[in-house]
Write a protein that binds this ligand. Structure first.
Ligand code: KIV
Length: 304
């Protein structure tokens, strides 16, 4: 596989394949060539390593961490320190994918200065290559400040989970003509502010396709149809690891929750019925050493 291009087909990727680091420039080039960009979320070292080795273009350390790993009802409670903790683990596992740190609720909304300071922490302390933040025109100043410091920013429009209370729930966005116009305008504003890419979440497919055609930066869709320049999914949804609910737009490629449950049940049964540990899981010592041990401990007992 050439090391000058980013991901191609899965069959070309193996554990030993050393890919060149994916950059924001590669994102643009892919859009220019009409090649689709692949992105998944990760929150830990082994998952990041497995995704990276599969040949993904980009890994998002999403604030979905709050729900799928930390068990919160929504994404609002997760903090900068928690995000950085998981970002560092992902950065240790993934060496080639473009790493994007998701700015958590209240880390960028108060002021552009605070947004810049927290974005900087993702690169300096979290090992990320870029940051993502939610919102449209109201985020333009923050994006300009962050990009101005040389930090690439991915925008996020449509269903923006940090605004779940304002949106009235996890609901699709842009379904009326005026909402759709507002979203298209926002996409252009974020492009002008310097975002290198945009996530479009839960918006009608034809609107996402139109936005993708009308801006020069790549769009990454989640629940936004096939007309985007790339796709992202929450890895725990794809693996069937988050069983609280599965959004309609998810394709589940495995059922890890069931597989884990089966493995844990078998382990408990094996221990209870003494099938585990077996001889092959057990450390032994030579008969000579054992007999010496018996001799010296018996002597010890006799002497005491
Ligand atoms: O936090 C996240 O996982 C995300 C994706 C849904 C894009 O923002």
């Amino acid at each position: 596989m050439s090391t000058t291009t980013i991901s191609t087909s899965t069959s070309q990727h193996s554990a030993s394949t050393l890919r060149k680091k994916v950059t924001t420039l590669n994102f643009r080039q892919k859009k220019g060539r009409g090649e689709l960009i692949t992105m998944l979320t990760a929150y830990d070292y082994p998952t990041a390593m497995a995704i990276d080795r599969a040949g993904i273009d980009s890994i998002l350390v999403g604030d979905s961490l709050a729900m799928v790993v930390l068990g919160y009802e929504n994404t609002l409670p997760v903090t900068m320190d928690e995000m950085l903790h998981h970002a560092r683990a992902v950065a240790r596992g993934a060496k080639s994918a473009l790493l994007v740190g998701d700015m958590p609720f209240m880390s960028y909304q108060v002021s552009a200065d605070e947004a810049l300071r927290n974005a900087g922490r993702f690169l300096q302390q979290g090992g990320m290559d870029a940051v993502k933040l939610e919102g449209g025109r109201e985020r333009a100043d923050a994006i300009r400040a962050i990009v101005g410091a040389g930090i690439p920013v991915m925008g996020h429009l449509g269903l923006t989970p940090q605004s779940v209370h304002q949106l009235g729930g996890f609901r699709a966005q842009g379904k009326t003509a005026s909402e759709a116009k507002h979203l298209l305008e926002d996409a252009k504003i974020l492009e002008d502010a310097g975002a290198f890419s945009l996530v479009l979440e839960s918006v009608p497919a034809r609107l996402a396709e139109t936005i993708s055609k009308q801006i020069s930066i790549p769009t990454i869709g989640i629940g936004a149809g096939a007309g985007c320049d790339g796709q992202v999914l929450v890895t725990h949804d794809l693996l069937g690891l988050f069983d609280r609910f599965t959004p309609k737009f998810v394709k589940q490629y495995a059922n890890f929750h069931e597989a884990m449950n089966k493995a844990f049940t078998e382990y408990i049964d094996d221990v209870e019925t003494k099938r585990f540990p077996a001889a092959e899981h057990t450390v032994e010592m030579t008969d000579d050493e054992w007999n010496d041990f018996l001799r010296i401990t018996n002597d010890g007992l006799c002497n005491s």
